[in-house]
Structure formats: structure tokens, C-alpha cells
Design a protein around this ligand. Structure first.
Ligand code: ADP
Length: 169
């Protein structure tokens, strides 16, 4: 399995009928702005109620919930690092987000998943560097997780799309 399992899609992630969508959450897991706010609005109050039982999540970690009113069956909440110039373990923490998300994919037998560009919005991570990590970690996971069929990278803006295109070269 290689790059052919990756698709770039320009859409609102909350519209996707995949097994799981990934949320770029914050440590509280209680909602926020950006993609996090959009996911909570679309999923409805059941999502927040389940998130309250999780007692937060460390940066680089990932936790799974049901999808409630979303077309996706599950939401995997992962907390990306805030970009602080690049010398604060940001790359390692962002790799952990993908690694820990794919561990849940494997455990839950998820076959289709969609990711937002974690950390590249409010958290300021450079799009190109984040895209390279996303692609590399996804290809590594696809080698290992034989039932993985499709990984969608949602490109919410043109800069994100260009970054993924370049990372896939
Ligand atoms: P972070 O705090 O991890 O940076 P953000 O939500 O601010 O998270 O941004 C992460 C990425 O998600 C950005 O590329 C942003 O444009 C994108 N994004 C925002 N809303 C949505 C959405 N509804 N669907 C998909 N991607 C989104």
C-alpha cells in the first residue's frame, strides 16, 4: 500500500461519511474554534457530553468518541502542538498525533479516515512541514494496517492543498 490510499479533498470535514474524522482539538477536549468548533456544532451535544468523561488529552495524544449527529461513525480527537518556532519538540509532538491516531484506527478496525491539517490553523504550524509529517506517518501506518483503505487529507484552503501536493511528490 502506498500513496494511492491518500486523497486530497476540499470540503468541510464534518460532511464526510467516513468511519472516522479527526478533530484538531485542544487539551480540554471541550471544544474550541476552527475545525474543533465545526465538529462540535455538527455532532451535537452528545459529543461534548462524551468528551467531558475523557478528562482532557495531553498534546500529541489521541482519544476516540462516537460521531453522534455526524455522518462519520467516530471522531478521533488529537491535540497538536502550538508552533513556537520549531525548537520545542513540535515535530515530535505532531508525529505523535498521527501515530496515536493510527493506533486507534488499528484498534477499532477503521478503514476510512479523514484528517484536517492538524496544528496549521490557530496553532501556527507551517503548512509544508506539517504536510510532510502527515504524509510520512500515513504511509508508515498504511504499510502496517492492511485493512486501511482510504486516508483523506481535507484541504480547507489553497495553501494546505499545495502543501500536501508538494509533500506527496
Ligand atoms: P489548530 O488549532 O490545530 O491549528 P484549527 O482548527 O485552527 O486547528 O486549524 C486546523 C486546520 O483545519 C486548518 O487548516 C483550518 O483551515 C482547517 N479547518 C477549519 N475548519 C475546518 C473544517 N470545517 N473542515 C476541515 N478543515 C477545517
Amino acid at each position: 500500500m502506498g500513496k494511492e490510499i491518500i486523497r486530497l479533498v476540499e470540503t468541510d470535514i464534518t460532511a464526510l461519511a467516513v468511519d472516522a474524522i479527526v478533530n484538531a482539538a485542544n487539551n480540554s477536549l471541550l471544544g474550541g474554534g476552527g475545525v474543533d468548533g465545526a465538529i462540535h456544532r455538527a455532532a451535537g451535544p452528545g459529543l461534548l457530553a462524551e468528551c467531558r468523561t475523557l478528562h482532557g488529552c495531553p498534546t500529541g495524544g489521541a482519544k476516540i468518541t462516537k460521531g453522534y449527529n455526524l455522518p462519520a461513525r467516530f471522531v478521533i480527537h488529537t491535540v497538536g502542538p502550538i508552533w513556537q518556532g520549531g525548537n520545542h519538540d513540535e515535530a515530535q509532538l505532531l508525529r505523535s498525533c498521527y501515530h496515536n491516531t493510527f493506533a486507534l484506527v488499528e484498534a477499532q478496525h477503521i478503514t476510512t479516515i479523514a484528517f484536517p491539517a492538524i496544528s496549521t490553523g490557530a496553532y501556527g504550524y507551517p503548512a509544508m512541514e506539517a504536510a510532510c509529517i502527515a504524509v510520512r506517518e500515513t504511509l508508515a501506518a498504511a504499510e502496517r494496517i492492511t485493512f486501511l483503505q482510504q486516508v483523506i487529507f481535507v484541504c480547507f484552503n489553497i495553501g494546505t492543498r499545495r502543501a500536501y501536493e508538494e509533500a506527496l511528490q
